[in-house]
Ligand binder design. Structure first.
Ligand code: ADP
Length: 575
């Protein structure tokens, strides 16, 4: 696997891990906050309920305290009238007292019955009278409410129990009736607890939520309407494990994890607890919903990041394949290039060998031709034979020129042309040039003009190579000027740091589209087999090579009709 591919995979994995961790962290934080809110809300409800329960109990206790202060006047003076059959004094005795108690029952219907007991726990009387008749015992000194009343200064609140009279869940509220320091009797009433159901059931309606109102020993006072299983041992244990009067806990009860919110409240001498128990899953439903949302968010993020990662990976793989292909083709190309260089080298060597091998036999050929043409040297030739020898000489010279051109072009190509740099006095150089060509040109009836505008100049350059360039340009001009009225001008002017030379003719000119090709190897304007003017197509290439090596440039100007002018420059000071 490529390095960049590994990097893409690592970055994608990091992104996935990073995003997942952040989402999980935010989810956890949101869940915790929501959890706190939910618990707080439940706690508030339990507190409010507990407060109103407390308020109702207190108001009933107050009623009893009032009654004990103002309405119980009996001195228990009719004890001798106690009839065991009637579980106390008869119905028509203690009429006033009985009326007081009936009034109290009527105005407080939650009191089930009221009884007055003797200090030893014997029943004295009870209202309604029916409840007196139904009493299963004659003496109640064994009951906690009796003991509580004797030992408590105010109203004693008993543990919850079901009465014999109605089988309703109640608590007993009892108090000692005192005359000064002496206990003269015991007041006892039972308070029905089903009002708690009415109070709490209305408030707590969530499914599977249970509530229990329990005394500090785990005895159930009341529970949710449809809640029938009271496990007192469980609550006793639970209450003992609590370390404050209010709060919450989350534990596994009844086979499920449950959220338990509770609040304690003091009534009489005991604490009473209100428990709200709900399966955690249900209690925290909004959190579960939020968790589903974050889970979906997590999945979507992972899918999106993986998708992007895949696209980048795929794109990268494509790029790598393309790069590899390119590398391969590059390798192929450089191999080919190397081969072509090798071929070039071989070609060079071959052409060097050929030109050399061609040139060697030319020397004796030309020598012998010269000897043949000279009178009395080898023997005299007749007119026709002399003509033939001249044809041979012309063609041998053409061949010599071609070979020389090829050799020069090749030397320039491989940068092997030798230059012999020296001071060249231009006046002299140009004058010599004129005298060299004057005779030939006169013979051909071509006018030759020298336009030297740089009198007294010396150039540091290679005179022979410049002569070669002029030779080429002049012989080209000679080829193209008209046979009648031909004119060639050779000139030199100063152009800034350069001397600009020119060879101007009044020949056929060179069309604009051909001009740019002139300096390419073997280029000839007229390539038809029948063209009159011969050449190799190398002359201008050699000129360009020489001039550029000497630090100048060469170009042509022609309108394509009225002759051509070849310009070239040479630097006055050599670099
Ligand atoms: P060649 O040896 O064929 O003359 P050159 O490179 O010297 O090769 O010239 C290239 C071509 O440029 C020639 O074939 C000719 O057609 C054209 N040319 C060169 N000089 C002139 C000129 N003075 N007038 C018109 N055409 C020219």
């Amino acid at each position: 696997m490529d390095n960049s591919q590994k990097q893409i995979i690592v970055i994608t994995l990091f992104l996935i891990i990073g995003v997942s961790t952040s989402i999980a962290y935010f989810n956890w934080q949101i869940s915790e906050d929501q959890k706190k809110l939910i618990i707080n809300h439940k706690q508030n409800r339990v507190n409010i309920l507990q407060a109103s329960i407390h308020e109702r109990f207190s108001s009933h206790i107050k009623i009893i305290e009032e009654t004990l202060l103002h309405s119980i006047h009996t001195k228990f003076s009719e004890t001798d009238k106690i009839n065991p059959e009637l579980n106390g004094v008869p119905e028509f005795m203690e009429i006033d007292q009985r009326q007081e108690l009936r009034n109290l029952l009527e105005s407080n219907p939650r009191f089930e019955s009221i009884g007055l007991f003797l200090p030893n726990g014997d029943i004295y009387l009870a209202e309604p009278f029916l409840s007196q008749l139904n009493l299963p015992q004659k003496n109640y000194a064994f009951r906690d409410w009796y003991v509580g009343a004797i030992n408590t200064a105010g109203v004693y609140v008993s543990e919850p129990y079901e009465t014999h009279y109605t089988n309703e869940k109640t608590i007993a509220l009892s108090a000692a009736i005192r005359d000064g320091e002496n206990i003269v009797g015991i007041f006892h009433t039972t308070l029905q607890l089903d009002f708690l159901r009415k109070l709490i059931d209305v408030q707590i309606q969530e499914p599977e939520t249970m509530w229990y109102f329990v005394d500090e020993n785990g005895k159930i006072g009341m529970a949710r309407g449809d809640q029938t299983e009271y496990d007192e041992a469980f609550f006793s244990k639970l209450i003992h494990s609590l370390d404050s009067d209010g709060g919450y806990l989350q534990e596994e009860f009844f086979g499920k994890e449950q959220l338990v919110v509770y609040e304690a409240s003091e009534l009489g001498t005991k604490d009473w607890f209100l428990f709200l128990i709900q399966p955690s899953k249900q209690a925290f439903t909004p959190i579960v919903a939020a968790q589903y949302l974050t889970q979906s968010l997590l999945i979507v993020s992972i899918v999106v990041i993986s998708g992007f990662g895949y696209i980048v990976f795929w794109q990268n793989t494509k790029n790598i394949t393309i790069r590899k292909q390119l590398e391969k083709s590059n390798q192929k190309l450089s191999l080919m290039l190397e081969k072509s260089h090798e071929v070039d080298r071989e070609k060079e060597e071959f052409s060097a060998m050929i030109t050399h091998e061609l040139k060697t036999p030319l020397v004796p050929i030309l020598g012998h031709i010269k000897m043949l043409s000279k009178k009395d040297m080898i023997g005299n030739l007749n007119e026709e034979q002399l003509d033939s020898v001249q044809v041979i000489e012309r063609n041998a010279k053409r061949l010599e020129k071609l070979i020389n051109d090829i050799m020069d072009a090749r030397k320039l190509d491989i940068d092997k042309m030798k230059f012999d740099i020296d001071d060249v006095v231009l006046d002299e150089f140009l004058a010599n040039l004129k005298s060299n060509y004057q005779e030939v040109l006169n013979k051909k009836h071509i006018k030759f003009v020298l336009d030297n505008q740089v009198k007294g100049m010396t150039l540091n350059t290679d005179a022979d190579r410049i002569r070669q360039v002029f030779g080429n340009l002049i012989s080209n001009a000679i080829k193209f000027v008209p046979s009648d009225g031909g004119k060639i001008t050779v000139g030199a002017t100063k152009k800034e740091d350069f001397i600009q030379f020119y060879v101007k003719d009044n020949g056929i000119g060179i069309s604009k589209d051909k001009q740019s090709h002139l300096f390419q190897k073997f280029y000839q304007v007229d390539t038809t087999h029948t063209r009159k003017i011969q050449g190799t197509g190398l002359g201008l290439v050699i000129c360009k090579g020489i001039i550029e090596k000497l630090g100048g440039s060469i170009w042509v100007e022609s309108d394509g009709k009225n002759g051509s002018t070849f310009f070239f420059t040479l630097p006055i000071k050599r670099a």
